[in-house]
Design a protein around this ligand. Sequence first.
Ligand code: NDP
Ligand code: 8X3
Length: 250
Amino acid sequence: MQQVILVTGATAGFGAAFARRFVKDGHKVIATGRRVERLEGLAAELGDALLPRPLDVTDAAAVAGFVDSLPKDWRAIDVLINNAGLALGLSPAWDADLAQWDQMVATNVTGLMHVTRAVLPGMVERNRGTIINLGSVAGTYPYPGGHVYGGSKAFVKQFSLNLRADLVGKNIRVTDIEPGMVGGSEFSEVRFGGDAQRARAVYEGITPLSPEDIAETAAWIIGLPAHVNINRIELMPTCQASAAFAVKRG
Ligand code: NDP
Ligand code: 8X3
């Protein structure tokens, strides 16, 4: 059955892969992000099934008015994909840039919260919906330099589980997708401030997950019978595993 799917951060990486996959699957996609020309490119590629709409998730007023700003037949959002997010920097906490910490919290935590709060009342009114949040293995497993990024994704995990606590008995599903290393997106380039060489090195000699793997996972979750809620799903490429505790001797 055709669904109206709102994707945040659809201008790159997973978000663009979600848009392509969901349109291919016969759904209608509201593609959002800050880079308007990327959204227009997606619309040119995918046609009328895709509605391009600029949206900065850190702009609280724009988020609050977003659903009402949509054309009438796009307002009943069936699926929300809270995908917009970023990691900034990898230096140790004592050396980290506070502005980068603030931007990660504003985007990954506050932005995701606000978009959810804007879309959820309609879902509750219709007693129908699916919310997929993009968490990360970083929200479960600590790593050096992960501090606020990992903390923000731990929030996404717990927020997802707590949403279900409020929604129990309603026909509204919430899933936290928690991927490990995924290549083919701008994630590492953004993290390293545009340093393409450093970003490339992250994926050298390995086969990471791809944005299409994440889109496949989301498509599976959406297509499950309406009574099935996947609470959390953690996935890694076979070249990655969680490591032993770090121990510093001497
Ligand atoms: P990309 O950097 O390729 O894409 C991030 C998207 O987020 C872009 O479309 C960007 O669009 C959007 N975005 C960033 N800030 C804002 C904002 N303020 N308002 C609206 N959109 C914003 O990263 P990925 O596709 O790899 O990551 C997608 C999600 O998956 C993120 O939440 C990330 O944390 C998570 N993740 C990524 C993993 C990876 O290894 N790649 C692994 C696990 C989780 P624009 O700049 O146009 O606004
Ligand atoms: C992205 C995966 O391991 O770089 O969330 O934090 S990781």
